[in-house]
Design a protein around this ligand. Structure first.
Ligand SMILES: [Zn+2]
Length: 274
């Protein structure tokens, strides 16, 4: 009985692993999650990072999905930021992962040396922190932020997004995200004009648009409009730990919108295959 239990447990585990692996829809689109966060003490230079990168690498191989790790360093000290980033670049190279810097401070180009910034695979930014009309900094994913009147909020949000899209970034993450209390008004608030202004900015500045599996954003209308304008795309989960690499929603959305692999941004560095 014990053995039977053991072997049936093993079979279930194997079945689960296999079904997990085969979960991704079939396509020739890039199986890449370029927006993965790791759960570890990010500011440390110790062993925690090395272990986290090894685990991420193992999961990436198991899933057959290439991972890009997004790190968010940004103290006021250039030397500290540089040393953390260089350490992670080395870990990413060793573990067949891409390494991205995710930036949320608008003075980010001054927080690292040029030489170090040039070594990351790409730079990721969303537009989810900015001052409201009273000058108070709002983090729009945090509940109960003073957003103000919805149309006014949207105008400020679009203006801020345009600023971010004009920066030397590679990927616009979490595009068209709306705070919980406004989600039901997505179609009304994301007017064609607002969508078009952001898409045009992304195309002009060669910023790829993330198709985000976690938030299930942006919607098909936005993606089709962006493709028609010549935009490029990436897949991302923006997950911290579990869920990394599960880009099922993004792949299905891309297929629905008729995207092909030529529509995607692929980091230049060739990853080691171990
Ligand atoms: Zn992120």
């Amino acid at each position: 009985m014990k053995n039977l239990l053991k072997s049936s447990t093993l079979i279930i585990v194997v079945l689960l692993l296999n079904s997990y692996k085969n979960d991704l829809p079939n396509s020739d689109l890039p199986n890449m999650d370029l927006h993965v966060h790791l759960n570890y003490e990010a500011q440390s230079l110790g062993n925690a990072a090395a272990v986290a990168y090894e685990k991420a690498s193992a999961r990436s191989k198991e899933m057959g999905v290439t991972f890009g790790i997004a790190e968010e360093f940004g103290t006021d000290n250039v030397r500290i930021n540089d040393s953390l980033l260089l350490d992670r670049i080395a870990l990413a190279k060793k573990n067949s992962l891409y390494l991205a810097l995710q930036v949320s401070r608008r003075d980010w180009p001054n927080l690292f040396s040029k030489k170090t910034l040039n070594q990351v695979d790409y730079i990721l930014a969303d537009a989810m922190i900015f001052p409201n009309k009273d000058g108070k900094i709002i983090r729009i994913w945090v509940p109960n932020m003073p957003l103000g009147e919805p149309q006014e909020f949207m105008d400020l949000y679009v203006a801020h997004s345009l600023k971010v899209l004009a920066e030397p970034i590679t990927i616009w993450a979490n595009p068209t995200y709306l705070p919980d209390i406004l989600i039901s008004k997505y179609d009304e608030l994301w007017t064609d004009a607002r969508m078009k202004s952001l898409i045009d900015a992304a195309v002009k500045n060669k910023v790829a648009i993330e198709i985000n599996s976690w938030f299930k954003l942006p919607d098909a209308k936005f993606i089709k409009m962006a493709k028609a304008s010549g935009a490029h795309f990436t897949f991302g989960t923006n997950t911290h730990g579990t869920g990394a690499g599960d880009i099922t929603w993004s792949i299905n959305m891309a297929k629905e919108c008729g995207l092909t692999k030529e529509d995607f941004f692929i980091p230049k560095r060739i990853l080691l295959t171990k």
